[in-house]
Design a protein around this ligand. Structure first.
Ligand SMILES: NC(=O)c1ccc[n+]([C@@H]2O[C@H](COP(=O)([O-])OP(=O)(O)OC[C@H]3O[C@@H](n4cnc5c(N)ncnc54)[C@H](O)[C@@H]3O)[C@@H](O)[C@H]2O)c1
Ligand SMILES: [Zn+2]
Ligand SMILES: [Zn+2]
Length: 353
């Protein structure tokens, strides 16, 4: 089969590899779409240490069941499916509590680090355990399905934020995650939603996707504007989807007393926290990692149009163009959102606005 292999850091090439064979509880999937994730782009140059070559990356995928292992009962050849990016054990303390994203034996598809190596979906075929596979609703295209992982991340972040409805919320960062969090928060009932970014084109997308106010501001200027918009109170929820020192501090400064700051962004390994402010205003700092069972809800919300993803797909391209797209994403070319690769033979290039 054809596979896009990271042969060494910053070197991707299509190679002919043996197709994988499904184990007894595994499903062999013919990949029809696989999104390039920010974490793949960060893994590409070795900085993250989680994509040690040689590795086939790719964990945001959908396709068609091509074969099933002897013990698989829930799926059959020809089913249209997607799968969770995380493989969990189902037995540890965290899995038993439903916190599968925190599994002691957690592995991510398309990742090779010190502890494990798992081939991903930038290839014609991939095998994954049955228990992370989901059947796709008919109305959902494969390319849209490749966005479900990011949608699940957004739903999880809103869930751990304990949104009950009627909140005012600020989202810092209108990238892929921020724009999905914005829609997930709307679906969960947030009353008033502000989005801040330093890139005007990202804010235009945020406005089109339902933000009440978009703020091309950062740091103290953003804090002042949020205080003005909330009559000096601050927002109930500030969700940080950038991951840098300044934006983490700003999110803490924008929240009301007793409010929640949800931390999703994680670019910087270390940030400073205004300790006195967090303590004396009793602010809750809540981390959010990946997702834990949000796939079915993600499929429902995308299929029903409550969360729009088609707008966030920049291009669907064949595997042969994967290396070039990685270069463009790595170079941070402006206006690129999600790029989806279609490894099927004869896949056509389709670039959207
Ligand atoms: N916790 C998780 O499970 C999880 C999952 C996926 C991604 N992430 C993290 O979430 C973050 C966002 O991911 P993404 O895919 O949306 O990235 P992205 O690059 O698409 O978006 C980042 C956005 O932040 C904006 N930005 C940069 N500096 C800013 C500043 N000072 N003020 C305001 N906005 C600023 C950029 O203009 C961009 O729009 C990253 O740190 C990523 O690692 C976390
Ligand atoms: Zn991803
Ligand atoms: Zn587990």
């Amino acid at each position: 089969m054809n596979a896009l292999v990271l042969t060494e850091y910053k070197q991707l090439q299509v190679e002919d590899l043996p197709a994988p064979v499904a184990g007894p509880r595994e499903v062999l999937i013919q990949v029809a779409a696989c999104g390039i994730c920010g974490s793949d782009v960060h893994g590409y140059d070795g900085a993250a240490g989680r994509r040690i070559p040689p590795i086939v990356m790719g964990h945001e995928a959908a396709g068609i069941v091509a074969a099933t292992g002897a013990e698989v009962r829930g799926f059959k050849t020809g089913d249209r499916v997607t799968f969770d990016s995380t493989v969990f054990c189902g037995r540890c303390e965290y899995c038993l509590r439903g916190e599968v994203n925190l599994c002691d034996d957690r592995q991510v598809i398309g990742v090779s680090c010190g502890e494990y190596r798992r081939a991903g979906a930038f290839a014609e075929y991939v095998t994954v355990p049955e228990h992370i596979v989901y059947r796709l609703p008919d109305g959902l295209s494969f390319a849209e399905a490749a966005m479900l992982e990011a949608v699940a991340v957004a739903l999880h972040a809103v869930k751990v934020s304990e949104v009950r409805g009627a909140e005012t919320a600020l989202f810092i960062g209108a990238g892929m995650i921020g724009l999905l969090v914005l829609q997930a928060a709307r679906a969960a009932g947030c009353k008033q939603v502000f989005v801040a970014d330093v890139d005007a084109s990202r804010l235009e997308r945020a406005a089109a996707l339902g933000a009440d106010e978009t703020l091309e501001l950062s740091g103290p200027a953003l804090v002042n504007e949020i205080l003005r918009l909330t009559g000096g109170r601050g927002v109930d929820l500030a969700l940080e989807a950038v991951g840098r020192n300044e934006t983490v501090k700003t999110s803490i400064d924008c929240v009301r007393k007793g409010g929640t700051v949800t931390l999703v962004g994680n670019i910087a390994p270390l940030v400073e926290i205004p300790l006195q402010r967090v303590v004396t205003r009793q602010i809750r700092l809540q981390g959010s990692c990946a997702s834990a069972g949000e796939y079915p809800e993600a499929m429902e919300l995308v299929a029903s149009g409550q969360i729009k993803v088609a707008e966030l797909i920049t291009a669907v391209a064949p595997l042969s163009q994967g290396a070039a797209w990685f270069e463009r994403l790595y170079a941070r070319e402006p206006n690129l959102m999600k790029v989806v690769l279609d490894p099927r033979d004869g896949a056509q290039d389709a670039t959207h606005g």
